[in-house]
Design a protein around this ligand. Structure first.
Ligand code: HSE
Length: 433
């Protein structure tokens, strides 16, 4: 059987990792796949000293790879939206299978890309798009395919996890740690994607689609970043027995699917609470398996290449009959559910509140009366000593579960109190059960 010829587009961090893993492990890959897999062409604007392309055909035009009749699988590793989408659609148009690590593109334009692939009877795979080296896509689509999934929750942005870990362990400021994360190469080109939760939301959108058999609906997800979390919040949470993690949560609650990314207090005893630094992790709760957890590197050249190469091998195994490959979202596209994605206002969460207030008699009473009138039950409450720096005190409250819209109303009223320095910090609490 003739070798499978791969065209790698983009020779940055993940492209060079993929190039090197495919070459280094070529023998084992061929043995496991039953086909020899060769790099037929690389498309890259510039060389990367991390890989030796001296014996490989290199084009400066990535679209040449997408049109090359000798290439079977186009690997899109350039990132971004427009050019990457054109490249993938061109490759599909030319009858090629596609492997991509592009989470933003799949989350926001995946429905269209999968439809185009379906019409051409080719496969598009994207394991590397979610949680880098962790094989969560295969896990959801194949390993857990027989389950009814209740919820999944994950730390799916390494930069955000690194920042929260450093802030908590070393009492460092948000801005200081972000700068280091950029220097270490963890952060996206635009770090807003990391710290404001957009990157995590792309990944959550993709996982939720597979878990619940719904179309990709990035625009309906709720996204909140970590830029307002302070070292004081992390400390107060610890005193209450919790850690703060930036979680992506997808839950089928009977009425619909909750899809939300936000900082979250989770009990310190939960395994997810102990995933630190740049590590990623996803917990899946499902009816048959119970709870399963995956942990690993969510970024980096070879960890991400590990997922890209696995996708290439999957396609190579089934190239003669691509319809036997698992469906991109694990379901036939005409069998996707129309289960609604619920607006955040309709969801229920327990909350941590930090209220920065003047230390006057009656402030606590005013705050608790507002919560009481909204029917919000307080689980724990404490006032921290007045800060010397500004003369205000932090009042920390843990509430029981409450509908989001009721909490919004209560916070608006609390923020109107003369003694309260708005805005109130609200962090949702998850028992992870
Ligand atoms: N910026 C991303 C992260 C890279 O920090 O997790 C992997 O998607």
């Amino acid at each position: 059987m003739k070798p499978v010829r791969v065209g790698i587009c983009g020779l940055g961090t993940v492209g060079s990792g993929t190039f090197n893993v495919l070459n280094r492990n070529a023998e084992a890959i061929a043995a496991r796949t039953g086909r020899i897999i060769t790099i037929g062409q690389v498309g890259a604007r510039r060389d990367n000293p991390a890989c030796d392309t001296s014996t490989t055909e290199v084009s400066r035009d990535i679209f040449e790879v997408a049109r090359n009749p000798d290439i079977d699988i186009v690997v899109e590793l350039i990132g971004g939206y427009d050019t990457a989408k054109d490249l993938i659609l061109t490759a599909i148009e030319h009858g090629k299978h596609v492997v991509t690590a592009n989470k933003a593109l799949i989350a926001e334009h995946g429905n269209e890309i999968f439809q185009a692939a379906r019409e051409k009877n080719v496969t598009v795979t994207y394991e590397a798009a979610v949680a880098g080296g962790i094989p969560i896509i295969k896990c959801l689509r194949e390993g857990l395919a027989g389950n009814s999934i209740n919820w999944l929750a994950g730390i799916i942005n390494g930069t955000g996890n690194f920042i929260l870990t450093e802030m908590g362990d070393k009492n460092r400021s948000f801005g200081d740690v972000l700068k280091e994360a950029q220097e270490l190469g963890y952060a996206e080109a635009d770090p807003t994607f990391d710290v404001e939760g957009i990157d995590a939301c792309h990944k959550l959108t993709i996982m939720a689609s597979i878990a619940f058999g719904i179309p990709l609906q990035f625009n309906k997800a709720y996204t909140e970043g970590i830029s307002k979390v302070t070292p004081a919040d992390i400390r107060y949470a610890e005193e209450l027995g919790y850690r703060i993690k930036h979680l992506g949560i997808a839950r089928h609650n009977g009425a619909g699917v909750e899809l939300r990314v936000h900082p979250t207090l989770i009990p310190a005893s939960q395994p997810l609470a102990n995933i630190n630094g740049v590590l990623n992790s996803v917990v899946v709760n499902a009816d048959a398996v119970g709870e399963a957890m995956l942990v690993g590197p969510g970024a980096g050249a070879e960890p991400t290449a590990s997922s890209v190469v696995a996708d290439i091998m999957d396609i190579a195994r089934t190239m003669e009959a691509p319809q036997t490959n698992p469906k991109p979202l694990g379901f036939d596209s005409d069998r996707l559910q129309d289960t609604p994605v619920l607006p955040i206002a309709d969801t229920h969460s327990a909350c941590y509140l930090r209220i920065h207030a003047d230390d006057h008699p009656g402030v606590m009473h005013a705050i608790t009366s507002i919560l009481g009138k909204q029917g919000i039950n307080i689980e724990a409450m404490t006032q921290k000593a007045v800060r010397e720096s500004d003369g205000y005190a932090d009042i920390v409250i843990l509430t029981q579960k409450v509908q989001e819209s009721l909490m919004d109303q209560a916070l608006a009223k609390i923020e109107q109190l003369d003694d309260v320095q708005a805005p109130v910090t609200r962090i949702r609490v998850e028992a992870m059960a």
